[in-house]
Design a protein around this ligand. Structure first.
Ligand code: NAD
Ligand code: ZN
Length: 357
């Protein structure tokens, strides 16, 4: 079995790559819960993959209760949190029990935050079932709910006790969701590893996909170990996200899913870097090719400067300017603080090079 350690000073944990059928036995062996086991999932995930997990838990003789939430971001709210607290109360979850998050980033973030706060913290396990959750949200301990005031505003750093990962659960994932996860995979290649980036010229499948997911988990585990609380090195994971969030917001969160917006954002960041003279000019085209090979769009259909008003509101904006993540080359990224006037100038130069699609 492939194992990736997330080596934190305290509360380090393993990511175990195995098949869903083995997860009951692995939970028993690794965590031996004495109290109640409470599984949280969403209706879609459970319909697609629930029988597999149920059989695994039954097979290991682990009694459990399940709470199914409606799928989608609208579940990651205080209402969703309240539903989980009610479920934990009813299921009798205590510190000797276990909470299992079985789903994508929505289920993972919400369940993680519920576990962090229920009785001031009960152990929880992540079983990520989207590509985004497998390579990103299930590792690193960021948990949160959205508030009317903004996304992910209430949350905690709370590490899982274990991550159980089966890439075969992705077989039932909608192709669009898979593509969104690929955008984050391509991001890892772009910022950390040119060889990984090159391997993505052909969309990975089967064993190759597990290798790629494991590689992304290794990169994420390393950066989380270095910067658990997101005060430094983890910032590079925001590559493509400042431009991407702006495109996502401008599209009213409907035109683009997060991964699609990140795809556009990475190309825009590479173009901006080229104009600023810090990124080799070929990087934007290289990114565009890899994104297209994986079914993602790479050309932002509006004038780049339309992003400016939204970028100004970005939370990485510290008054006078923004901290962009730019590429030194494919496989190497750095933080580039930029004043607002300079950013405006760059986006206007990008407008000049932009042609309507
Ligand atoms: N904690 C972090 O570090 C972190 C990092 C990135 C993103 N996030 C958060 O993650 C969330 C997005 O996560 P997501 O993209 O996984 O979305 P998601 O959890 O909404 O899942 C996407 C859709 O796929 C369905 N689905 C999931 N697994 C499936 C499977 N195996 N088969 C069939 N359908 C399946 C879900 O029901 C849902 O409809 C956002 O809220 C974002 O803020 C958190
Ligand atoms: Zn992202």
């Amino acid at each position: 079995m492939r194992i990736q350690r997330v080596a934190l000073k305290e509360n380090g944990y393993d990511i175990l790559f195995a098949r869903l059928a083995a997860f009951g036995g692995l939970l028993r062996e690794r965590l031996a819960p004495r109290g109640a086991v409470a599984v949280v999932s969403d209706e879609t995930v459970w319909a697609a993959q629930g029988t597999g997990l149920a059989a695994a838990l039954d097979g290991a003789g682990l009694p459990y209760r399940v709470c199914l939430l409606p799928p989608g971001e609208q579940t990651k709210t205080l209402d969703g949190l309240q539903r989980l607290y009610a479920f934990f109360a009813e299921a009798g979850v205590r510190r000797d029990g276990l909470v299992v998050a079985f789903g994508g980033g929505v289920v993972g973030d919400l369940t993680g935050f519920a576990a962090a706060t229920w009785m001031r913290g009960v152990p929880y396990v992540q079983i990520p079932t989207t590509l985004l959750a497998q390579v990103d949200s299930s590792v690193g301990g960021k948990t949160a709910v959205d508030l009317p005031q903004g996304k992910n505003l209430a949350g905690a750093f709370y590490q899982p006790a274990l991550v159980l990962l089966d890439v075969e659960t992705l077989d039932t994932l909608a192709p669009r969701e898979l593509r969104c996860g690929m955008a984050e995979v391509i991001k890892y290649g772009a910022i950390y590893d040119a060889a990984l980036f090159d391997r993505l010229r052909v969309p990975p499948q089967g064993a190759a996909l597990e290798d790629i997911v494991a590689e992304c988990c290794r990169l994420k585990a390393n950066v989380v170990a270095e910067d658990e609380r997101d005060t430094g090195a983890r910032m590079l994971l925001n590559f493509g996200h400042t431009f991407g969030h702006a495109a996502e917001t401008l599209g009213g969160y409907e035109t683009y899913k997060h991964g699609e917006a990140v795809a556009l954002g990475m190309v825009l960041a590479a173009e901006a870097g080229a104009l600023l003279g810090v990124t080799p000019p070929g990087c934007a085209a290289a990114l565009g090719e890899i994104l297209q090979a994986n079914g993602l769009e790479s050309i932002y259909p509006l004038r780049p400067s339309t992003l400016l008003p939204v970028m100004r509101l970005d939370k990485k904006n510290d008054g006078g300017g923004l901290r962009l993540v730019l590429l030194r080359d494919i496989g190497s990224a750095f933080v580039y603080p930029i004043a607002e006037e300079a950013l405006t100038a760059v986006l206007e130069r990008m407008d000049a090079a932009w042609t309507p699609v």
